[in-house]
Design a binder for this molecule. Structure first.
Ligand SMILES: Nc1ncnc2c1ncn2[C@@H]1O[C@H](COP(=O)(O)OP(=O)(O)OP(=O)(O)O)[C@@H](O)[C@H]1O
Ligand SMILES: [Mg+2]
Length: 450
């Protein structure tokens, strides 16, 4: 018989003993979070015959490194591992399935399944939508003979796309709607609580001490206020989102495109005489080749709709090795006319987006940017975008899926910024042009003049 000796530290013991509906553990680096999660789930599997457990991390490589390898070692001779199902099967009928939710929609694969226990490792890497979708699968599976009230366990650090939803429930303890305070327990654990590191790897503490200040406060001391949260706190669905928006008479229509094989996001916008922009349609689809994306954009545009230009990511003008053609050439060849290169100055661009969102908020006036409620992905991603931890005024590029719609919006609003005409073209004063970015095809004059 194989014997494994496991001695939890004081905080891990509290985590093991918690039977709250939602228990979160950690809040800083190296506090023994992953160890606690792994061991807790294994103990549950051994103790409750037939229990069905799901352990999640955001991405597959993280899951493999963080849990799969150590669990295979720990459970060798105790539970069988099925690589195809990514699950450990115990002789008592219990099961621990390992999963990941890389993109937002990956979480839907667990819909309709039932797990008495769900563990979310690094919960702040998950979005609130993913958390909420998973709570639906946290229910009796029907395989257990003993009574067991379903629960979820979380480990977490401050920062990340899920900072707000974890902090609100577990740290600030601000509850909404039907959320019950007694369902939520947070056990704070710092590296100083982890005797394994304190005894075997004290240099790790030095490494944490040497982090830049905000990060050190968060990662060493578990300070949830050290990080700035949402990149666009100015975004307020009450102000900026409208159902069935009405477009201004005679407004100028244009599109903004962030193309990628992983995701294509195209936004249809309309700007009125006062410079107010309405985003009234979106295309958001993964796996589209350049020509397919162009075709879909054309098809999604009404036949009688005049779209003056499509501002698109500058990398589309680079030649592709495989074809020798640029994305711009392929897309215009498919019929997507009047494409112009976006101004990709990120920091200026984000500042412009922020100004549009903020405009009017101080004195209750109409915002300069309105989004139709049908633009679901733009509305979903804008509040989830985070600050880049290294470049103070930039948005984080992770999770990457969240960046496409905000980037398309940035291109859109940047295309409306007046750029002084270069000297030699400055013959008629007061006229602004999108000079260097514009492709001088038909319609050019029209959108310059607007
Ligand atoms: N009770 C314990 N007994 C033995 N080893 C432990 C115990 N708790 C933690 N460890 C070990 O301490 C190290 C750090 O623990 P762990 O990886 O769980 O921390 P963490 O909080 O998840 O860290 P990170 O913030 O880097 O994700 C690991 O080598 C882990 O195996
Ligand atoms: Mg960990």
């Amino acid at each position: 018989m194989k014997t494994v000796t496991l001695i939890p530290n004081e905080k891990q013991r509290l985590f093991f003993e918690s039977t709250a509906k939602y228990t979160a553990y950690g809040g800083a680096r190296g506090g023994g979070k992953s160890w606690a999660m792994r061991v807790k789930l294994i103990l549950l599997a051994l103790n409750y015959a037939g229990i069905q457990i799901l352990l999640l991390r955001r991405t597959l490589p993280e899951l493999r490194e963080n849990h799969l390898i150590p669990m295979r070692k720990m459970l060798d001779g105790i539970a069988d591992y099925s690589a195809t199902e990514k699950e450990f099967r115990f002789v008592n009928g219990s099961r621990i399935r390992l999963g990941y939710c890389d993109s937002e929609s990956d979480v839907l694969q667990f819909q309709g399944q039932a797990y008495e226990v769900i563990g979310m490792e690094e919960a702040t890497h998950f979005t609130e939508f993913q958390f909420q979708a998973l709570t639906e699968s946290n229910r009796a599976s029907g395989y257990m003979s003993r009574k067991f009230v379903p629960r979820m366990y979380f480990t977490c650090n401050p920062g990340g796309v899920g900072h707000e939803w974890v902090k609100r429930r577990f740290i600030d303890r601000e509850f909404r709607g039907s959320e019950k305070p007694e369902d939520y327990l947070f056990i704070k654990s710092l590296v100083f609580d982890n005797s394994f590191i304190m005894n075997n790897n004290p240099e790790y503490i030095d490494a944490l001490m040497n982090l830049p200040e905000a990060r050190r406060k968060a990662m060493l001391y578990g300070d949830w206020d050290a990080f700035e949260g949402a990149f666009f706190p100015e975004f307020d669905p009450q102000r900026h989102v409208r159902q069935n928006v009405e477009l201004p008479q005679g407004g100028l229509r244009f599109r903004a495109l962030d193309y990628g094989l992983d995701m294509t996001c195209c936004l249809w916008c309309c700007v009125d005489q006062d410079g107010r922009v309405t985003v009234y349609r979106e295309l958001y689809e993964s796996g589209l080749l350049l020509s397919e994306a162009a075709r879909k954009i054309i098809d999604a545009t009404d036949k009688n709709e005049t779209v003056r230009y499509t501002v698109a990511s500058p990398d589309l003008w680079n030649r592709r090795q495989e074809t020798g053609k640029s994305g711009f050439e392929i897309m215009t060849g498919t019929g997507l006319k009047q494409m112009i290169k976006a101004d990709d100055s990120r920091i200026t661009g984000w500042r412009i987006v922020r100004e549009y969102l903020k405009s009017g908020s101080d004195f209750g006036a109409e915002p300069k940017l309105v989004i139709d409620s049908g633009c679901r992905n733009l509305i979903r991603c804008l509040p989830l975008l985070r600050f880049d931890e290294r470049v103070k005024e930039d948005a984080a590029n992770y999770p990457h899926e969240l960046t496409h719609a905000p980037e398309a919006l940035r291109y859109a609003l940047m295309s409306r910024q007046p750029h002084p005409v270069p000297k030699r073209e400055q013959s008629s004063p007061g006229i602004y042009a999108f000079a260097d970015r514009a492709c001088k095809s038909d319609g050019y004059e029209e959108f310059l003049a607007y």
